[in-house]
Design a protein around this ligand. Structure first.
Ligand code: D6G
Length: 843
């Protein structure tokens, strides 16, 4: 018998974590100690765990610096087309391990930290998540940055450096309680402030039309201070920039204003200006028309456009010298992608710069603007669509409102020519919505001001063309595209599930990490017992690891041999966590009815945040915790059914739970989830999907074969037909005994013995005004779950399906998504070429 490998030997064997650089271990240790001394100003007698984390982060960061400077220099020398991804959210999560993975430093750092007598996982756990996002939209932006750098695109992410990201969720007595996310408290080693690039942003004021042109005067100025974060590509020496703006009051803020009560008050009032970048609005798929949010949207846009134009004009590194004055070539050198309508003010702002400041004609400016901008739609839910009241705009951005009116005048003139006399069409297509409060439809502004409009999964893009944007599709069919979302396989496989990444690499090599289509080579091995065995083993190891984590962090004990059935995503009625709840209650009632039957044990885990103002979502969390209290404490049930609400779901928790999941719940009402990306992460990590034909689930089923997913329920056509015929929840309730029993229990206080009517709002909604038709899919869902339970009892067949799924994941790499954006929208060519590394490997 060969001697079993030590942990260190195992680590060295792992090829996906980067063998390169093992010889750097002593350098890494030296630099770690140097940072502990010079950067942290500590020695090992007094250093805290956090000091060690910062020393390690700085040591790793040193390896980025040379590549970063080189890459940016390279862009100035080669002057390629640049793409700007404008987003109010970048949900980055942690940076340390991702940087080590992309720079192939993980093995060497592991070894160095081990030799220093420290624990790598413990240090990594000190890093705060950069939670500058709510959910899918913000995480997509983060995956896109990774892919853009990995594909060698001259790309920039532009957003806001929120001082407080998405709140931390605490569960207190079963309810969600929000805590401020003070993520910058101990400093952020990954960012570099760039006060030298500070820009003014104007608000309020009034518009003067003079013979020399239009002037926006008497404005209030807030400064935008940029912070740069390096974005390394996967092992290609490219390091791009994410530039996030922070609001700073100018030194003379309020001082000239004698009404404010003097100097002290003026200094105190600087907060008002600086509040712009204070906090992320915690809404997912919901529009809250607050002035501060509109300020945030304009703030990022105004600062970013100044930066874009400055960089376009001066294509010489480190110089402010203007080498290009003619803005007419802007669309050949610049692409701006709007992540939803949140940065839509980029369109009137670019027009304002081109017309008022650069003195181009409207026609010329409009041509430049539309050829530069493109818009991604992320939702069809009406409550999520941005419609800004004109009186808010009039007050905050008067010139922009004028420009929007002029865009609309010309747009409607064109439509009127195409459809003479069709007034209803003009009303439908207008950027201005009349009513008791006049509003600007920001999606319409984006469509008109862009050369490309895309949805985020095929079914969603089709729905846009057929319904929400039908009129626009009719006049400009070529504008409308699809770009199915994707995820980065670096974070979502190599980093979070190295065991699985390695098992795959042993069979097909490791090129699949930058070319995920190569996963289909695994199809050769679906019947290979050794692969089936390895995949099942890795899953079991991940489950054990996650069970230990839950026990340590939350003192909950779960059965690692049960099926891990997981629904993690924002809490929202359309995502139908309530359908999951009804299944849990049904299982519970069945076990109680036949306690001696051989039930397939399940641990059902649900996690996600509710928007603080979303009453129903918060009550859904309370219902889940209430069901858990009853089910988990029932001795008849034992460990055959457990219900866990996972507190504070975020990127880092996703990285832990997804590799440990058996079943992925993707059960939205067909037609409501634009794409989903969590669905792809589970698929890549070897979970099977139970889901509706919604969003990217449709394409996942197409890639893997419908027989390898658990697809159930109404299709979009069925939902539409039901909308016409009418949905009658009571009919299902009266007809299906198990559904009636579950509902009666919720309504009658079975899960809330201290307050029988606790869930009355949920009950009332489900029975009388459920927009998402939960009961209509109940029977199909339960039947499908029965099939899941049956298959789980056959581990070999289960794992074979898992392998089919993993092998079919290629399409869902964000590298594929970004390559399509690049070629089909931005007019850029992705490349897997490396750029030269700096001479000093440390840099
Ligand atoms: C990043 C990297 C740094 C570069 C800076 C400015 O912070 O090396 O000098 O960006 O780049 P531009 O804004 O001039 O492109």
């Amino acid at each position: 018998m060969p001697k079993p490998l030590t942990d260190q030997e195992k680590r060295k064997q792992i090829s996906v974590r980067g063998l390169a650089g093992v010889e750097n271990v002593s350098d890494l240790k030296t630099n770690f100690n140097r940072h502990l001394h010079f950067t942290l100003v500590k020695d090992r007698n007094v250093a805290t765990k956090r000091d060690y984390y910062f020393a390690l982060a700085n040591t790793v960061r040193d390896h980025l610096v040379g590549r970063w400077i080189r890459t940016q220099q390279h862009y100035y020398e080669k002057d390629p087309k640049r793409v700007y991804y404008l987003s109010l959210e970048f949900y980055m999560g942690r940076t340390l391990q991702n940087t080590m993975v992309n720079l192939a430093l993980e093995n060497a750092c592991d070894e160095a930290i081990y030799q220093l007598g420290l624990d790598m996982e413990e240090l990594q756990d000190i890093e705060e998540d950069a939670g500058l996002g709510n959910g899918g939209l913000g995480r997509l932006a983060a995956c896109f940055l990774d892919s853009m750098a990995s594909l060698g695109l001259a790309a920039y992410g532009y957003g806001i450096r929120y001082e407080f990201g998405i709140f931390n969720q605490k569960i207190v007595n079963g309810w969600q309680v929000e805590e401020a996310d003070d993520w910058l408290r101990y400093g952020n080693p990954w960012e570099k402030a760039r006060p030298e690039y500070m820009r003014p942003v104007h608000f309020y004021g009034r518009v003067e039309h003079t013979p020399e042109g239009v002037k926006w005067v008497d404005t209030q100025v807030v400064l935008a201070l940029p912070y740069d974060t390096p974005i390394p590509g996967y092992r290609n020496n490219v390091v791009n920039t994410m530039r996030l703006w922070s609001a700073k009051a100018p030194c003379d803020f309020n001082l000239k204003d004698f009404n404010v009560g003097g100097y002290i008050q003026a200094v105190l009032d600087r907060n008002l200006a600086e509040n712009i970048s204070r906090v992320l609005y915690p809404n997912d798929n919901f529009f809250e028309g607050k002035e501060l949010r509109l300020k945030q949207e304009y703030f990022v846009v105004a600062a970013t456009l100044q930066d874009i134009i400055r960089r376009f004009k001066s294509s010489k590194f480190g110089s402010t010298e203007v080498v290009r004055v003619d803005l007419s070539t802007l669309p050949e050198k610049v692409a701006i992608q709007l992540n939803d309508t949140h940065p839509a003010m980029a369109i009137p702002e670019l027009m304002r710069i081109l017309v008022d400041t650069e003195h181009l004609t409207w026609e010329k400016a409009w041509d430049i603007c539309t050829r530069t901008c493109a818009y991604t739609n992320h939702t069809v839910l009406p409550e999520a669509l941005e419609r800004w009241p004109t009186d808010l705009l009039q007050n905050l951005l008067p010139r922009h409102l004028e420009i929007i009116y002029e865009i609309n005048r010309r747009h409607l003139e064109r439509i009127a020519k195409l459809y003479p006399g069709d007034d209803d069409r003009l009303r439908r297509m207008s950027l201005v919505e009349e009513g008791h409060q006049k509003k600007i439809n920001m999606a319409h502004l984006c469509i008109v001001g862009s050369h490309a409009v895309n949805g985020v999964a095929r079914i969603h893009s089709d729905i846009l063309k057929a319904t929400l944007f039908k009129d626009f599709y009719e006049v400009d069919p070529d504008k409308f595209q699809n770009k199915t979302n994707g995820i980065t396989p670096r974070r979502w496989l190599v980093m979070c599930n190295p065991g699985l990444a390695e098992v795959i690499a042993e069979r097909i090599g490791d090129d699949y990490i930058r070319d995920l289509d190569q996963l289909k080579k695994l199809l050769e091995f679906v019947d290979d017992d050794s692969l089936i065995c390895d995949i099942a083993k890795i899953k079991q190891e991940n489950k054990l690891k996650f069970s230990a984590y839950l026990e340590e962090q939350y003192k909950v004990k779960i059965n690692p041999n049960s099926m891990f059935d997981v629904q993690v995503k924002r809490i929202h009625e359309y995502k139908r966590q309530l359908l999951n709840c009804l299944h849990i209650i049904t299982l519970y009632n069945r076990i109680k009815k036949e306690p001696n039957k051989d039930w397939t044990p399940r641990t059902i885990m649900i996690g996600g945040k509710a928007a603080p103002g979303y009453h129903t979502a918060k009550l859904i969390i309370r219902l889940i915790t209430a069901i858990g209290e009853i089910v988990n404490n029932d001795p008849v049930v034992g460990d055959r059914l457990k219900v866990i609400f996972l507190e504070n779901y975020k990127v880092t928790l996703a990285e832990r739970i997804i590799p440990a999941s058996d079943l992925s719940e993707q059960i939205s009402t067909a037609g409501t989830e634009a794409s989903g990306t969590g669905n792809m992460k589970f698929m890549l990590n070897g979970a099977l999907t139970i889901g509706t034909m919604d969003g990217a689930n449709v394409e996942m089923a197409e890639e893997a074969g419908e027989e390898n997913l658990f697809i159930f329920g109404m299709r979009v056509e069925d939902v539409e037909a039901m909308d016409k015929s009418g949905y009658d929840a009571m009919e299902y309730y009266n007809r299906i005994p198990e559904l009636k029993q579950a509902m009666d229990q919720i309504a009658g206080g079975f899960f809330s013995p201290d307050q029988h009517d606790l869930f009355k709002d949920i009950v009332n909604m489900l029975l009388h005004h459920d927009r998402f038709k939960v009961f209509a899919d109940y029977e199909a869902y339960i039947k499908c779950q029965d099939k899941v339970s049956a298959l789980y009892r056959n581990p070999k067949e289960w794992t074979k399906k898992v392998i089919y799924n993993i092998a079919s994941c290629g399409k869902f790499s964000s590298d594929r998504t970004i390559s399509q954006y690049a070629r089909e929208i931005w007019g850029m060519e992705p490349s897997l070429e490396k750029i030269p590394a700096p001479d000093d490997p440390r840099q």
